[in-house]
Write a protein that binds this ligand. Structure first.
Ligand code: NAD
Length: 283
């Protein structure tokens, strides 16, 4: 039976460390979170982010714009936040309503306040290995691997999913730690042949039940990023068939309680890192 990676407990200890470090700084780290529209999942995410800020002792501002707000209105807010010295990180909750050009909005956030590390300049820095922060989900998985002493160097790492926010940066992070990375996606012809090679298998497809025990190498570390809502129970499930895979893997993340809480904690860590940069305490 695999060791279950407890993201909830680890995230709580990360937040406690952040709070302690933030209290030593000359001013409170600050973040602005902008929500456009009334998507219930996004509203919950934003509420949680603001709650985490309170727990970490951060200054936070929340902006709620209606679904039919204009792109110009949002760009105007971003321009003010980019110039606001109390704000270290700016986060626009995605997805935006379809009338918005998401790329244009992401590129309007000052790169030094881009707390999600989605701006193309920061993506370039990530590729070059010189970014001070990583997108929250891969960052959280990196911290989890460290906390459970799961080595990456020299290992075969398979990432299922190639989105800009999870899959792609996840592969880059594993590569930066000297993993040999294989990316899989919807056009991968024989997914099982790839996943069976993985010492570390990260799954972020959003496809419930995608990974069965026969697709997993004995002793692998299996990280399930997905959060699929079960239509019958309303509960979240991952992409990995947890009950069968846990008996074959060495390590496995539960859903919920695995990657999700770590993603939240990493947002706080990214705000702290940007704040320290802005205060001239790190380079
Ligand atoms: P996305 O839809 O942008 O990307 C999904 C990727 O998976 C695509 O690259 C696609 O090619 C690939 N894919 C889909 N079906 C596949 C299949 N059958 N075989 C192989 N590849 C397949 O999604 P995303 O934003 O990257 O999110 C992925 C999942 O992770 C979702 O369930 C999302 O809710 C979840 N998520 C969780 C967290 C967290 O903190 N736990 C954070 C972000 C996203």
């Amino acid at each position: 039976m695999a060791v279950i990676l407890d993201g909830k407990a680890l995230a709580a200890s990360v937040r406690a460390e952040i709070r302690e470090e933030a209290a030593q700084l000359p001013r409170r780290p600050g973040i602005a979170v902008i929500l456009v529209g009334d998507n219930p999942a996004s509203q919950l995410y934003v509420r949680n982010k603001v709650k985490d800020c309170e727990e970490c002792g951060f200054f936070s501002r929340r902006f709620d714009l209606p679904f039919d707000a204009s792109e110009e209105e949002l760009l105007g807010i971003l321009s003010k936040l980019n110039a606001d010295p109390r704000i270290d990180g700016v986060l626009v909750q995605l997805p935006l309503p379809p009338s918005f050009d998401e790329r244009r909005i992401i590129e309007a956030i000052a790169p030094e306040k881009d707390v999600d590390a989605f701006h193309p300049l920061n993506v370039g820095r990530m590729v070059h290995g010189v970014s001070p922060i990583w997108p929250c989900t891969p960052a959280g998985i990196g911290v989890m691997l460290d906390a459970y002493h799961i080595p990456v160097d020299g290992k075969i790492c398979v990432v299922v999913g190639r989105s800009n926010i999870v899959g792609k940066p996840m592969g880059l992070l594993l590569l930066s730690r000297n993993g040999t990375v294989i990316y899989c996606h919807q056009h991968t012809p024989d997914l099982a042949a790839m996943t069976r090679q993985a010492d570390i298998l990260v799954v972020a497809a959003g496809c419930r039940g995608l990974i069965t025990a026969d697709m997993v190498k004995e002793g692998a570390a299996v990280i399930d990023v997905a959060m699929n809502r079960d239509p019958e129970t309303g509960k979240f499930t991952g992409d990995v068939c947890f009950d069968e895979v846990k008996d074959k893997a060495s390590y496995i993340t539960p859903v919920p309680g695995g990657v999700g809480p770590m993603t939240r904690a990493m947002l706080m860590r990214n705000v702290l890192s940007l704040a320290k940069l802005h205060m001239g305490l790190t380079t």
